[in-house]
Design a protein around this ligand. Structure first.
Ligand code: ADP
Length: 464
């Protein structure tokens, strides 16, 4: 059983795991692609914007910067040329670089122009600009290099990053332009990038459909798997119940059959045939066992008929109090002769349309279970009353009781609380199934309350 379950469970879980991995892989690829597409799109849009700005406004967005740097470089170049002390020179160079850096980041107009262009074209303009200084040199008679290929130049060390650290530029930053500003005193080369802070959100929006579909398909597969697995378990349980039923039924059929066989053999004996009383006794036994056999076979036929079609009730109006008294009294006289049964009916003269035959079977099944599932002298209370336009019948016993986990299943076909073939209490697991079917056919329901060792109460409720 366990092994069979694993042969379904392990491949199932494995397939779900593979499905999730594939989906994750696909989503990651789609994300990467969208990310690259995003950068590419904005590179193209920036190029468009640059040429538009150039054509229409005749600027590259660095005019203010140019003016300020021209002024500054004019003043600073003399200082740089006259300083002989290398340390002081390095300090001065750093000062110059900082000034350039400050001016280019705070005084550029390109960001504003780009943003205006993007808004006009309906593109996202929620970006941050960044400048990475590549080269900076002051030029008079000779060239004083301050920054080369993004590194600050001095005598002590050449490994210090100049400008804005290039590590701040992420892979998905968009390079808008590489610009050179120069005049007689300086040559300044830098890269201008833009970065979209809510790029993730935008890509998420674009990928949401495929992302949603992936998550949805995973959820559907998991749910389907759980349903299939549950169905499989249920099938297994039912097939076990059926096997139990067949074993029990065979046993039940064999008992009267073997009695009849023995009775037949008895009649073959000459001495027996000479005695009328013995013949009568044997004939009675054969008759009784045949009736029992007939009942068993009818029961089997009934189930298969119920399976195929809906219950056909033959309803008749009956005085309920009278009917219940009749049923209980004849039970007391027969199967319930050694039980103590207390009736307590209060049906207020109600007449109801019910199928008397089926209803009698229902009550008899409840009463015979109350007698059967008891270790002591059965003490049974049967109460009947009217509540909310319903006829309620409660059968309470002092029997062995039913544990919680069994209570869920006792009304199932073939279910017996302790499964297996060897039972202390004989039965086929059909009594309560009948009870439920009959109650439902009358538009009602049946429920159970029970504690192991404390007895059980079955309540049938039928509308009238
Ligand atoms: P059967 O009696 O043939 O086994 P039923 O459908 O009548 O089949 O009952 C199903 C199971 O419910 C029984 O096997 C028994 O374990 C449990 N059961 C039914 N009635 C009682 C009761 N009054 N007290 C304790 N257990 C009960």
């Amino acid at each position: 059983m366990m092994e069979k379950r694993n042969t379904v469970l392990i491949p199932g879980i494995l397939s779900i795991f593979i499905l999730i991995s594939v989906q994750v892989f696909i989503i990651r690829s789609v994300w990467k692609q969208k990310d690259e597409m995003f950068a590419l799109r904005y590179t193209m849009r920036s190029q468009e914007a640059l040429s538009f700005i150039n054509r229409r406004i005749h600027t590259d967005g660095f005019d203010t910067v140019r003016l300020l740097l021209e002024d500054y470089s004019e003043k600073v170049i003399n200082d740089l040329q006259t300083i002989k002390d290398p340390e002081k020179l390095t300090g001065k160079k750093r000062e110059v670089l900082d000034y350039f850096k400050g001016v280019i980041t705070s005084e550029e107009d390109l960001s504003e122009l780009l943003s205006a262009y993007f808004v006009k074209r309906g593109f996202d303009n929620n970006f941050k600009s960044r400048v990475v200084i590549q080269d900076l040199a002051m030029i008079r008679n000779d060239t004083i290099i301050i920054c080369k290929n993004g590194s600050f130049m001095n005598q002590q060390s050449s490994a210090d990053a100049g400008g804005v650290s290039s590590s701040e530029i992420s892979k998905s930053s968009v390079l808008v332009t590489r610009s050179i500003l120069e005049d007689n005193n300086y040559r300044f080369l830098f890269d201008y990038y833009i970065d979209f802070s809510d790029k993730r959100r935008l890509i998420l929006k674009e990928t949401s459909a495929s992302l949603g579909l992936s998550i949805f398909s995973i959820i559907v597969v998991v749910i389907l798997f759980i349903i299939t697995y549950k169905n499989l378990k249920e099938e297994k349980r039912l097939s076990e119940l059926k096997t139990d039923f067949i074993n029990n039924m065979t046993h039940e059929l064999k008992t009267p059959l073997s009695t009849i066989t023995v009775a037949g053999r008895t009649l073959e004996v000459e001495e027996i045939r000479k005695r009328d009383d013995k013949i009568l006794e044997t004939a009675k036994m054969i008759g009784k066992q045949s009736v029992h056999l007939n009942q068993l076979i009818n029961m089997m036929l009934d189930i298969s008929m119920w399976e195929r079609s809906q219950f056909q009730l033959e309803r008749k109006p009956v005085e309920f109090n009278e009917l219940m008294n009749d049923i209980v009294d004849s039970f007391k006289a027969g199967a319930g002769h050694n039980a103590s049964i207390n009736k307590n009916f209060d049906f207020k003269g109600v007449r109801a349309d019910i199928d008397i035959l089926y209803f009698t079977t229902l009550i008899n099944n409840l009463l015979s279970n109350a007698v059967k599932y008891s270790d002591e002298v059965p003490l049974i209370n049967i109460d009947g009353f009217i509540r909310d336009n319903h006829i309620n019948i409660m059968v309470t016993d002092n029997g062995i009781g039913i544990c919680k986990s069994d209570q869920k299943h006792i009304f199932d076909k073939f279910y017996r609380a302790s499964t297996g073939n060897i039972h202390k209490f004989k039965g086929l697991g059909l009594g309560l199934y009948y009870v439920k079917k009959i109650a439902e056919a009358h538009g009602g329901a049946v429920s159970v309350e029970s504690k192991p060792g404390k007895g059980s109460t079955f309540t049938v409720s039928i509308p009238y």
